[in-house]
Design a protein around this ligand. Structure first.
Ligand code: PAF
Length: 288
């Protein structure tokens, strides 16, 4: 695996990788601090494409002023070893100056789908995500790209951007969402789980448990508001300090639903435990 840190090196390495055989390239964008969830994306990408390019870039534009940009874990050597062991061909690891050179002035905003849920609590976050992902797509020009469904709203924002901007590398139907990878007790894997103390980590398992109970209640015809209120009460009782949102939404538009309809729906939650904000989501009426 080659690691490249400048755009020029990236272009040379990509030309070499693609050769003139028309081989396919998959992109797995990350911010590093890799865990099994990321490696699952890489494995999916390897199964679909001839070559996998991974990126590691802790994107300052998607962190708010009071968020964890400085504390965000950075472990490039360890991450590179994991990617190499998974058969990644090329690692794109630019620094901030390479990604946003002096004078960089552009921002991509995806209205609507960015606004509620995490967008309400983290103003500007999805503009930062859309901007950097659009740049990564243009830099690598992949045939396909892989993202975790754990960041369900992010995936919706990226797909909307790709559709609206007529992106072709990758086209919107080659932007794949991969189901969330979970710890044995159900907690969704996240680079931020490492911020949890042992007690908080144990209590955090209440989140997926309460979400599964809410999904079962809603799928079983129960009242949505009651199920969401029960979910919130359960996780607060377990030790979460606050709930940013616990919402049933249309799985495509992310519009809030007060009752289950014929279209696929998603239960989405963001809640805080200690100083850590955890997000998770589950499909509802998966077979509808
Ligand atoms: O999901 C992430 O790790 C990031 O938001 C992404 C997609 C790599 C953009 O910085």
């Amino acid at each position: 695996m080659q690691t490249v840190k400048t755009l020029q090196m990236l272009r040379t390495a990509l030309a070499h990788l693609r050769g003139n055989t028309g081989s396919t390239v998959a992109l797995v964008p990350t911010m590093g601090a890799l865990h099994e969830g990321h490696l699952t994306l890489v494995r999916r990408a390897r199964a679909e494409a001839d070559h996998v390019v991974a990126s590691i870039f802790v994107n300052p534009k998607q962190f708010g002023p009071n968020e964890d940009l400085d504390a965000y874990p950075r472990q490039l050597a360890a991450d590179a070893a994991m990617l190499e062991a998974e058969g990644v061909a090329l690692l794109w690891a630019p620094d901030v100056a390479a990604m946003y050179p002096e004078g960089f002035a552009t921002s991509i905003g995806v209205a609507g789908v960015s606004d509620g849920l995490c967008g309400a609590a983290r103003p500007g976050h999805f503009d930062g995500v859309a901007t950097v992902v659009c740049k990564l797509f243009n830099q690598v020009a992949p045939d396909m790209a892989f993202f975790g469904e754990k960041d369900f709203q992010q995936l919706a924002v990226i797909r909307t951007m790709a559709r609206d901007l007529d992106l072709t590398q990758p086209p919107v139907d080659r932007i794949f969402g991969v189901p969330t990878v979970r710890e044995a007790d159900g907690l969704a894997m996240s680079s931020r789980n490492r911020y949890l103390s042992p007690d908080q980590r144990a209590a955090a398992a209440a989140l997926p448990r309460a979400m599964q109970a809410a999904v079962a209640a809603i799928d079983g015809g129960g009242d949505v508001a009651d199920a969401l209120a029960g979910l919130q009460a359960d996780i607060l009782a377990a030790g979460f300090s606050s709930v940013d949102y616990a919402t049933l939404a249309d799985a495509r538009s992310l519009a809030t639903l007060s009752a289950l309809g014929p279209d696929p729906a998603r239960l989405l939650v963001a809640a805080r435990i200690g100083g850590t904000r955890l997000i998770d989501n589950l499909p509802v009426n998966r077979t509808a």
